[in-house]
Design a protein around this ligand. Structure first.
Ligand SMILES: Cc1cc2nc3c(=O)[nH]c(=O)nc-3n(C[C@H](O)[C@H](O)[C@H](O)COP(=O)(O)O)c2cc1C
Length: 905
């Protein structure tokens, strides 16, 4: 029962959590692990004596996470009844497994659930744990898991053994949670001296004090939930590049000029070309940058299969460069270092300015230089399609201001509430604050009928004018002039209001003036509206999706993402516990929510953590070949029809999202039907539906991986766009069959225990569905140590995409709220790929599907909402969102005993 634990014990334990950078003796680090946190709370709530070794007073040995008073929700209350099945039977990290496990030496000291600040930075072997067949000890199963953090240890044995009560769930709503019996699972005995054990587990030797590895250029550094810090304008070597001169091989016919590359002998011997810049012509300044470090090793492990096209491509381009070098002779020189730096600097420091303008007039000669720069822009066919209308009149500016205000309102109305709140804080124009406004137009008729290039691409006229805008912007920055680009206009309305010739297009409306300062970062980034995308996300080598910065090996998106996933930060966790202790409320009185807020702190490395708002639910839609087996009465077309419904705003998820202010993002990752382009729909179809898993693999490995990448990219997009929480959603008729199969593989439960009624099926269909799952498992014999193989064999495109969303969210230190059974299945796969992914996972709700209970138990996650929902679409996650946001907000806004002058007991 909630009061079973002495609140003082929570305070005591939490207090010790903050002594020292990482409390050597203190379990809070142990409870850092998200899953442990949540599972532990569940254990405490259940009131089941799972910790015989724990001092009943709760003092000292009890980890704070075990102690927060339980929320008084009915389900929890029931679970707390003596003798009732415990919701979960997870083990604390310090507790031995209920059943002795044949642990390998590696497996015994689990990696840190929480990491010390140093550990955060410590370079981990960038190994994708299980993209392909894994050695047996990599199995996500409890036994023999090397490098599996606490998450693995907290796996309830009961779930491993099958969920005894789960199979009954679908028979109708039941108030009694069908959860594994903790007693049956065996008592989770706490060791006599858990502190020592914790210290050992969470301060693995070698972690503190390890040097902070250099962040590879262009990689996302999601520091404190903010922005990537990669330099975007890092100089790249001027072309053409010269390959290294290491003495030509005996066979090569290439002349031995210092600028001639050595032609590689063959793909196998292909050296990484060490690029150098051409020597300057005689008498010209040697203003060339240093060659990049060709030895640079990318931070992620590559798989041969992912690189298979590289050698041939490189051979080709090396040969082309060699040829170019021979014919071209010495290249024209670049700028001297200081000049080049000035050019790069002006690009780096160009800013869109809306705040802090001054009214000082702009001298004519200054404005002339700026316009001259604009007018030297490149343009298609040398058409120079721009005109510049310089506006100074206060009256015209007032008219323009009114037009833009109207459009601002319209835009604000279109936003989800979470976003609209943020938008209200932003200034979007400085039309009245600046002495000069400049309208840049494009004349699509200029240059005559035969303008080169515009014939095929009519939009080249406004593109060319946009280049004039950029030139103007850069030149203005060099003059100390700020420029703000306003696009909140109805373009035709503006043309009329300004009396411009009707055939002109308005490309930009610019506000120009002197400013107090140029901010270091774009204002929208400072305001948390959006984040800068790292260069490494957007550079592709030869083919789209083969991402590589010059001089680097192409990196595998999945491996890179996994390598960036870290456990919770111990320092921030300690601070969170300490803060909760000081907040004006009895310690632990927020129950599970305190644990969630600590998790958010550890995840973001910030205390208090950022409030997870705005939030977006990503609904991945896909169809399933197994539909042919009659596992559901719903026709397959319903998937596409519901996608249309989501996009039209008519589904339950839309109503819930509107209520909680979240954005709905719909992703077609594998719908059979061709979906028309619609605002809000991301077309990312891998294939129109999976194959029938009872006759062959549902997907190829490549397809499964591609679908995971869709999820990773979706997470990146949504986080870069400024979302601070991600929610999983899915739509796919027949997908609970795939979910049940996945859950069966990763929990070891029998298909009968984890196969449910999905959208609502009768006994006969349920029996068939269960048999279908069983047959598929017999056919494929999926190996849980090979999660991508499992996904490919029996998963769905939307499951795979959710795996990617979870991994992507975790890599960006962004919380991901899980929806129902399919999300649970995806989380099991994600955990098998990267155990620390659980640091970012919050179980939004517990669905009525029996498989979901088994999945949550295996994950050690305790759901926030338990309402017998079984809809999917992200609905349960959406309902949980305000709880998660509330707990973070409390960390910001609740007074402390000191600040409020409240007497402590
Ligand atoms: C085409 C274009 C249109 C823009 N329109 C607006 C606008 O209407 N209102 C606004 O406040 N900022 C506008 N901006 C500025 C951007 O929203 C953003 O502040 C800026 O590009 C961020 O980067 P910076 O500070 O490095 O320039 C516009 C920028 C571009 C490139």
């Amino acid at each position: 029962m909630p009061q079973a634990v002495d609140p003082a014990a929570v305070q005591d334990a939490a207090a010790s959590a903050t002594t020292g950078p990482v409390p050597a003796e203190v379990p809070p680090a142990a409870v850092a692990e998200a899953g442990v946190l949540q599972a532990t709370a569940g254990t405490a709530d259940a009131g089941v004596p799972v910790q015989p070794g724990v001092d009943p007073s709760g003092a000292g040995d009890v980890v704070p996470a075990a102690q927060p008073a339980a929320p008084q929700d009915p389900a929890a209350a029931q679970a707390q009844q003596p003798g009732a099945p415990a919701p979960e039977a997870p083990q604390l990290q310090s507790q031995p497994q209920p059943h002795p496990q044949p642990l390998t030496p590696d497996a015994v000291p689990a990696p840190p659930a929480a990491e010390s600040p140093e550990a955060v930075e410590a370079s981990e072997p960038a190994v994708l744990r299980a993209p392909g067949p894994q050695p047996a000890e990599n199995a996500p199963d409890d036994a023999g898991v090397p490098a599996v953090p606490a998450a693995a240890q907290m796996q309830p044995q009961a779930a491993d053994d099958g969920d005894p009560g789960a199979g009954d769930r679908a028979d109708g709503p039941q108030l009694q949670p069908q959860v594994p019996d903790a007693a049956a699972a065996g008592p989770a005995v706490a060791p006599q001296h858990p502190q020592a054990h914790h210290a050992e587990q969470f301060l693995p030797s070698g972690l503190p004090g390890e040097p902070h590895p250099e962040q590879p250029l262009g990689q996302f550094v999601p520091v404190e939930g903010q922005v990537p810090t990669s330099p975007h304008l890092a100089p790249t070597p001027p072309q053409p590049l010269v390959l290294p001169l290491e003495g030509p091989g005996p066979d090569t016919q290439v002349p031995q000029s210092p600028q001639v590359p050595q032609v590689p002998q063959g793909p196998q011997e292909q050296p990484e070309p060490a690029a150098t810049v051409p020597a300057p012509r005689e008498g010209e300044p040697a203003g060339v940058p240093a060659a990049p470090d060709a030895e640079h090793t990318p931070g992620v492990v590559q798989h041969a299969e992912d690189l298979r096209t590289r050698v041939a491509d490189q051979e080709e381009s090396t040969a082309a460069m060699a040829e170019a070098r021979q014919s071209a002779g010495p290249a024209a020189p670049g700028y001297a270092d200081a000049e080049r730096e000035a050019v790069l600097r002006v690009m780096r420091e160009r800013r869109d300015i809306r705040n802090g303008f001054r009214s000082d007039p702009i001298p004519h000669e200054v404005l002339l230089r700026v316009l001259e720069a604009a007018h030297t822009a490149p343009s298609v066919g040398h058409s120079q399609p721009w005109d510049f209308v310089v506006i100074r009149s206060a009256e015209t500016r007032r008219t323009m201001h009114e037009l833009s205000m109207r459009q601002r309102e319209a835009y604000a109305k279109s936003l989800p509430k979470g976003r609209a709140k943020q938008f209200k804080e932003l200034k979007i124009e400085a039309i009245l604050d600046t002495p000069v406004n400049i309208v840049v137009t494009a004349d699509p008729t200029r240059g005559g009928r035969h303008t080169l290039g515009r014939h095929t691409q009519p939009q080249m006229a406004p593109y060319s004018s946009a280049l004039a805008v950029e030139n103007l912007w850069l030149a203005a920055r060099a003059e100390g002039l700020g420029v703000g680009w306003v696009s909140f206009f109805d373009e035709r309305e503006m043309v009329r209001a300004l009396g411009l010739p009707e055939h002109l297009e308005v490309v930009a409306y610019l506000c120009v003036g002197y400013v107090d300062e140029f901010p270091d970062e774009p204002e929208l980034m400072q305001a948390g509206w959006s984040k800068r995308r790292p260069l490494s996300w957007v550079v592709h080598e030869e083919t789209y999706g083969r991402r590589a910065l010059p001089g680097e090996e192409p990196h595998d998106l999945l491996a890179e993402t996994v390598a960036q996933i870290r456990p919770l930060d111990a320092k921030a966790l300690g601070e969170a516990w300490e803060r909760q202790k000081r907040m004006t409320k009895p310690a632990g009185a927020l129950g599970m929510l305190e644990i969630i807020s600590a998790q958010l702190s550890g995840l973001s490395r910030q205390c208090p953590p950022p409030i997870p708002e705005p939030a977006a639910v990503a609904i991945f839609a896909g169809d399933h070949g197994v539909h042919a087996q009659g596992v559901t009465p719903w026709p397959q077309e319903v998937t596409a029809q519901m996608v249309a419904n989501f996009l039209g705003g008519g589904a339950v998820c839309n109503a819930f999202a509107a209520q909680v202010g979240a954005e709905v993002c719909v992703v077609d990752v594998g719908v059979v039907a061709d979906l028309p382009a619609t605002p809000g729909l991301l077309p990312r179809k891998i294939r129109g539906g999976t194959s029938d898993m009872t006759t062959g693999p549902a997907m190829t490995r490549e397809e499964a991986k591609a679908a995971i990448e869709v999820g990773i990219e979706t997470a990146r997009d949504l986080v870069a766009a400024g979302n601070k929480a991600l929610l999983t959603g899915e739509m796919g008729i027949a997908n609970t069959t795939a979910s049940a199969a996945l859950i069966s593989v990763f929990t070891g439960a029998d298909p009968a225990e984890v196969t449910g009624r999905g959208t609502g099926i009768n006994d006969e269909t349920l029996a068939r569905k269960t048999e279908v799952v069983r047959r598929a498992l017999e056919l494929h014999q999926p190996d849980p140590a090979d999660p991508i193989g499992v996904l490919a064999a029996i998963g769905g495109f939307e499951h795979a995409a959710m795996v990617g969303l979870l991994l992507g969210g975790a890599s960006l230190r962004t919380p991901v709220i899980l929806d129902g059974v399919s999300a649970g299945a995806a989380a099991l796969v994600a955990r098998a790929i990267a155990p620390e992914v659980l640091a970012a996972c919050i179980a939004g709700h517990r669905s009525a599907e029996p498989g979901h209970v088994a999945a949550l138990n295996k994950l050690g996650l305790r759901p926030l909402v338990d309402l017998d929902l079984r809809l999917g679409e992200g609905t349960g996650a959406l309902l949980a969102l305000p709880l998660v946001q509330s707990t973070a907000r409390a960390m910001h806004e609740v007074a402390t005993f000191d600040s409020a002058g409240v007497t402590e007991k």
